[in-house]
Design a protein around this ligand. Sequence first.
Ligand SMILES: C[S@@+](CC[C@H](N)C(=O)[O-])C[C@H]1O[C@@H](n2cnc3c(N)ncnc32)[C@H](O)[C@@H]1O
Length: 399
Amino acid sequence: MTSRTPAPGAPTPSPTGPTGRPAARGGRIPTPAEVAARLRPRPAGQAGGAAGAGAASARTGDASAQTGDAGVCVERHLTGPQRSAAMAQDARRGLTASPKELAPTWFYDATGSLLFEKITELPEYYLTRTERSILERHAGDLVSELASVAQGIDTLVELGAGTSPKSRLLLGALADTGRLRRFVPFDVDADALGRAATAARAAHPGVTVHAVVGDFRQHIGLLPVPAAPAGALVAFLGGTIGNLRPAARAELLTALRSRFGPGSALLLGTDLVKDPARLLAAYDDSAGVTAAFNRNLLTVLNRELGADFDLRAFAHVAVWDEANRWVEMRLRSLRQQTVRLAGIDLTVDFAEGEELRTEISAKFDQETVDKELANTGWRLARWWTDPAGDFALSLAIPG
Ligand SMILES: C[S@@+](CC[C@H](N)C(=O)[O-])C[C@H]1O[C@@H](n2cnc3c(N)ncnc32)[C@H](O)[C@@H]1O
């Protein structure tokens, strides 16, 4: 069956607040892979490893678990066919909706994860370094707070771990307690997870790494849990929770609460509301790395769903939505065009100027975080920010 979406006559209206600017800056637009290649090489020894090799095979294998070196286990809830089916479902739903949208989950193939790592080093992208500085400053407070609210944390779970640059700090702080037994990095990108697993194992040979390839929108109930009375610290860093709409955030927090009971705790990183100009710069950097990251979503669909998106025909756009208090990333069609996704037998028309939403990034304040936690069975125990109040880390316990 071929389903063709009607081409809207007018471009998607922009939300209120400062408008985004198309990020095409004249000249030929480099492909995401070209931008990623320019940003290589990564330091020797970071890629691959036993877990990396095992994780990479997740794309095609059907096995749900595979063990690499002793002490590193990779469990897969998104094998190649499952990943393709989930992406196909998201793409069909989003590209036939009005306005059109794609889930940010699919940004993260190997190129997307590499581009994201580079974004975290950009001067405009304050989020990662600010969150890291809060972790550095308050790691000791976190451990002593955990001792008073949750006895016996023996597992660190990290959702959307990526290559886990910040879990190094958490692993170090928890390992110092002498009780840490297991690290569970969880991500949709098997390659990034492989690197996280390898690095964690090398730094903490006494800690078992149980990596999980999955989608946090559906696989929270399958995460390993510590045997009572021990508990887990579940970290969800980077502001990634802001990529979910309020209802999806509530669903995720509720699922976490029912999976991790008394004795466990949640460490949540949230970006805070601030001057929209700074927010927009963070999602539309002058070097064009975020633009390449955004367009990489189309490369992923071209490769995995047999689509024929012409990346040069879409401009990167970032806008601040004042009403919803989130930044949106979009891809604006530069001409009227028809895109075919042969792998899912779908044809999609784009009007000139029509925008495809690829990510929302919600911004918070303490009151909102407190309320969202309380509504999902959690109690905010501690709230740490950097001195400028740009980013927050919340420690929550079952309410
Ligand atoms: C914004 S990055 C943050 C990475 C890292 N936690 C940090 O703080 O730098 C989002 C991460 O979440 C992962 N991710 C996105 N959607 C996901 C999903 N639905 N399920 C699991 N992981 C997901 C991505 O692969 C990526 O590693």
